[in-house]
Structure formats: C-alpha cells, structure tokens
Design a binder for this molecule. Sequence first.
Ligand SMILES: [Zn+2]
Length: 267
Amino acid sequence: MTEAKRATAGGDAGHSAISIAGGGSVLRPLKAAEVVARAVVRTIRSEGLQTGDSLPSEAEMLPQYGVSRESLREGLRLLEVQGMISIRRGPGGGPIVGTVDSANLGRMEALYLHLAGASYDELFDAWVFAETTLAGMAAANPDADARKAAMAPYIEGLVDDVVHDDLDVYMSGHEGFHGSVAALAGNRVFQVTFRAYGQIVAHHLAMIGDVKLIHQELVDDHLTLAQVISEGDSDAASKLMNQHLTRVLALNRAQLGSLLDGDVEWI
Ligand SMILES: [Zn+2]
C-alpha cells in the first residue's frame, strides 16, 4: 500500500470509525449460551460427527447441559449464524451439523471491518496478499499427486467453462477454484482465514459488479494457474495469481466507482 493510501485509510471523512482495541476482551468470562455452544462443538468433534448428522434434540440437551431453555436456544443460535449447525423446523426436526465455511467468517469479519472503518482498498490489499500466498503454497505442496488431482478439472476444462445467468452461481463457481487452491496450501489456518477475504470480496462484488464481462479471461487465468500449480512452480503461481486478481480488481474498481471511497459494508 502506498503512503498516501495509508494516510487516508480508516474511514471516510465525517464518519468516525471505532478504533481497534488491543485485545482485552480475550479474558471476558463466557456467557451461559457460549458455554453451551462450546459443549455442542465438543460433542461434534469427540463423536466425529459430519455435515448433515443429527445432534441431540433440545429436550435431550436441556438436562445434559443443565441450562435454561433460553440459554440453550441462544447457544444453538450462536452456532447457527456461523453455519456450524442448522436447525430443521417441524416434526422430526432438530439441530444438525453444518459446515466450516469461510464465507461465514467473512460475514463476521465484514462487521468488524465496517465498524473499524476499513476501506475496500485495504480489503483488496489483504485479498491479493492472501490469494498470492495461498497459490504459492499450493504449488509448493510436496504431494504432486494431490496437486495434479485437485487442478485436473480446471486443466481439462471440466468446470468453470459456462457463463451462468445467475451471478451467485457463477461467483460460487469462480470461488470454487480459489477454494481448491487454498485447500492445496496444506495449512487449515491459512485456508480458513485467508479465504474469508475472498469470500467478502465475492459476496460484495456479486451484488454490484458484472464479472461476466471478463468471464473468458478469468477462465483462461484459472487454466494457466492450474497448470503451474500442478507442475509445482510456486513463484509462477504467486505471480499469475497476482495478475489474475489485478484483472478482477480493475473491473471492480471501474464498476464500484464511488463505493470504493466508503468503508467496507456489512451486508
Ligand atoms: Zn479466479
């Protein structure tokens, strides 16, 4: 980031953002609902439950956790908004195990970024840093078979070669490639955290930009990226990813216009 950009970062004039705290909240005692949420998560892991598996019913959980119905529901709700569980309503319903999705982390993070007055330029810087790092790590993955298998669908043109009319479907297809690259990076912390930036960008731009305009360029980029990652060329992967995102950003900057001057929205 240039010095000029740094100086103007931190919110648009006239709207003061909330300053970012030093981290004292880490010692805050847990609320009853949070204790429940942690207990449910512990059950999911200790029993090896997978997405779609049923969790005990509310009636079974109440005596198990010894909390009020209100706290139990609040605890489940905390997990539901993160997509970690979903609640099936009606007869035979109840909580089921959800997914670990960076999109939900991105949604949460967008709230932080918005209140802190973070700009879209700052978000884009973080996104480019994250994705180029992930691409380099993916190509450096020592498991050549895993690299080839993960990238083969993109090299063989099995995915990503159709322009969907539904922009949401298109964006999730585009994000699918970046998700595959992130998975190859071989570090779940980077995979979960770094992908959140891309998910925020995708979510916000899907609602504003028209990425279909550069569809073919993006597909070609993915093909070239898939080839160098498959071959294990880490430097080329980082460089190509940077060029790819620069292309996406150029389009988005043109389409976002004055929105770019504002803070990241919590949408
Ligand atoms: Zn892409």
